[in-house]
Ligand binder design. Sequence first.
Ligand SMILES: N[C@@H](CCC(=O)N[C@@H](CS)C(=O)NCC(=O)O)C(=O)O
Length: 271
Amino acid sequence: MARARKKLKSRTVKAAKAKTKTRSAARAKPARKAKLAAKSKQRPIDLYYWPTPNGFKISIMLEECGLPYALIPVNISKGEQFNPDFLKIAPNNRMPAIVDPDGPGGKPISIFESGAILQYLGRKTGKFYPADERGRVEVDQWLFWQMGGLGPMAGQVHHFRNYARETLPYAINRYVDEVNRLYGVMNTRLKDREFLAGKYSIADMACVGWTNGWERQGQDINQFPNLKRWLETVKARPAVQRGMSLGLELRQGYDMKDPKVQAVLFGQRAR
Ligand SMILES: N[C@@H](CCC(=O)N[C@@H](CS)C(=O)NCC(=O)O)C(=O)O
């Protein structure tokens, strides 16, 4: 019920925005008019989301592309990621996921895994994901580097430094060191280019939420001046700011240190 209400509210906000756009369309030049009309016909993408670094990747991309979307909160602290309807879309019981009503062939498509969603939205819009093979490979390398390295390792640091019930120095040091190594790799990469793949892309969107938490990962950003400069540049983008503030209020009242929340999130085994 709460989910449906949120969705409705979000759709109402989008509808109000669409009305504003329709009014400005009346004054626009013909080519711009056609573009605005096409945009107003776009049906919103359902975004299954909770405000975390993995969720931000997709809220940022949707904001950057100006795509209409409806926010459907998946409260992972309460276990909503195990709802059977959600599992049909995201069988890994993790958010984010999307359902695009206008998928390939004009039919709906559902997608889980943030990297796959970013690539899909990049192909769909032709934005922030080059069409030429060399440019695409540049982006893919850094996107997969985030998906397989930076994200999981930083996630382990958050777990062992901030949430684990026992203090395990070996585990903490192992993951703090690995994140430190990864920050070093990123810092070197950014020495002679503004963004990870040269131009701003989905690879940068994938990394910003994870590097933003550097303090909680036991790192000192000042040791990585190129990374620091990159982080400031990316975070200054209005769409990134909108994406990273989406739904922050939903998290209020939920504490990862609460044993009830930990019982949902930790110690998961095959079901
Ligand atoms: N590889 C996945 C990871 C997503 C992920 O780990 N999401 C977390 C929140 S950041 C989640 O949904 N956790 C729910 C749970 O642990 O049950 C992706 O990038 O989409």
